[in-house]
Structure formats: structure tokens, C-alpha cells
Design a protein around this ligand. Structure first.
Ligand SMILES: Nc1ncnc2c1ncn2[C@@H]1O[C@H](COP(=O)(O)OP(=O)(O)OP(=O)(O)O)[C@@H](O)[C@H]1O
Length: 209
């Protein structure tokens, strides 16, 4: 499967946010997108995910794909426990009988089995973000979109969650597109790094790691 964004242009009113962004995404690899705050990274991810319309350009390969999206802050449902939060996205995606086993397998992979019946408010920020990432991986998607998933974490938790992300990427083939503003994070996790400029937002450089 080829995943491409070709010459994407996006305006919000008179503001030209994206000025012809072209990127090839390598299948089953991680592409990190780096750029200054407000340059349009989230907008670009939303266009790929089909959540935001573009003014011109072409998105190839993402249509009819199962996409998992991890947002900057965890989007766990507060009144559901860990098991229910993961089970919720798996419902209808696999036989009911497989759901519990899938949840157990993923929780075990990250040593969070004992938190299965905890509610989000009973978990640390790092644990909640790990569950969000875990949920994205448990969902049978082939594309994983992540918008600064480590942003809200302190330095210790960030390292834990980044290691965990690498473990999950190694365990399962996914094409991952991750936005970050942290160069070190991009070099640690990315196979390809795309650097965007600001005003107008274009691709400045593509680095193969
Ligand atoms: N729905 C919207 N309507 C109007 N303007 C918007 C909308 N969403 C974003 N913008 C503007 O578009 C620009 C890009 O926003 P976007 O959130 O995509 O940038 P970003 O690079 O992800 O920012 P950050 O790094 O701070 O998260 C900003 O100037 C923002 O104010």
C-alpha cells in the first residue's frame, strides 16, 4: 500500500495554513512531522484522517483504511474502566469472544494487567497516555496517526511511553505518522523525518534516519 499526500493546500478563511505539502509515507514505518507551533501540523493530520477538508491536493492510500488516532491528551472515557475503554473501540471489530483475550494480551505486554479495572482518574497521566496508545494499537488499524502523544508527559513518563511505543511498533506492522516539535523525539522514533517551515507552511527538508 502506498500512502501519499500530494500538494495539499488548506485555507482557514484568508489564512493559508498549508501551502502545497507533498509527503510519501513509508508503509510499516514511522514518519515524524516536525514544525513550529501553529504551522498546521494538526490540520495536516486531520486532513489525512479525513476529519478536515482540504482546498486542493490529493490524499492517496488512506481512504478505506482503518486508522487509529492518538490525540495530544488522552481521550479515555472517564466513566469506563481500562478494560471498558479498550473494549469500547474493539466492539464490532472482532468477535466478542476475542475481545477480552485481546485486552489481556495488550495489557500484559505493557505490564498494566493489574490496572484492568481502574478508572482513568485513578491512573497517572503517563498511565493514561499508555492506555490511549495501547488502545490505538489494539484497534485493528493499519495506520496510526499520533499528534504529539508525549507532549503532556513529564520526562520520566515520556521515556517509559516512548519505549513502550517502540515495543508496540516492533510487535505489529503499522504505518505511523507522528507529529512532534521535539527533534530528539523525532530522531529516536522516526524512520523518516519531515521538517515543515512556517508562513507559508511547506516541506523544508526530509531526513531518512
Ligand atoms: N478550525 C479552525 N479555524 C480557523 N483557524 C484554525 C482552525 N484550526 C486551526 N486554525 C489555525 O490554523 C493554524 C494551524 O493550526 P494547527 O493546530 O493545525 O497547527 P499546529 O502546527 O498543529 O499547532 P501546535 O504545534 O501549536 O499544536 C493556526 O494559526 C490556527 O490558529
Amino acid at each position: 500500500m502506498k500512502y501519499k499526500a500530494i500538494d495539499i493546500v488548506k485555507y482557514y478563511g484568508d489564512l493559508k495554513v498549508l501551502d502545497g505539502i507533498t509527503i510519501d509515507f513509508q508503509p510499516n514505518k514511522t514518519t515524524c512531522i516536525l514544525g513550529p507551533s501553529g504551522c498546521g501540523k494538526t490540520t495536516f493530520l486531520n486532513i489525512i484522517a479525513g476529519l478536515t477538508d482540504m482546498d486542493s491536493g490529493e490524499i492517496i492510500g488512506f481512504e478505506n483504511q482503518h486508522i487509529s488516532y492518538v490525540f495530544q491528551e488522552d481521550r479515555l472515557i472517564p466513566w469506563k474502566n481500562v478494560k471498558e475503554n479498550i473494549g469500547f473501540v474493539l466492539k464490532g471489530k472482532m468477535p466478542e469472544s476475542k475481545i477480552e483475550a485481546t485486552i489481556n494480551r495488550y495489557l500484559k505486554l505493557v505490564n498494566l494487567e493489574e490496572y484492568k479495572y481502574y478508572y482513568p482518574k485513578e491512573l497517572s497521566g503517563g498511565m493514561r497516555q499508555r492506555i490511549s496508545i495501547l488502545r490505538a494499537f489494539a484497534y485493528p488499524s493499519n495506520v496510526l496517526i499520533m499528534d504529539e502523544p508525549f507532549k503532556s508527559l513529564d520526562i520520566n513518563n515520556k521515556q517509559i511511553v516512548m519505549d513502550f511505543f517502540k515495543e508496540l511498533m516492533a510487535a505489529k506492522n503499522r504505518t505511523c505518522i507522528m507529529v512532534t516539535h521535539d527533534m530528539e523525539e523525532a530522531f529516536t522514533l522516526g524512520d523518516r523525518i519531515v521538517i515543515l517551515t512556517d508562513k507559508p507552511t511547506r516541506v523544508k527538508e526530509i531526513i531518512e534516519v
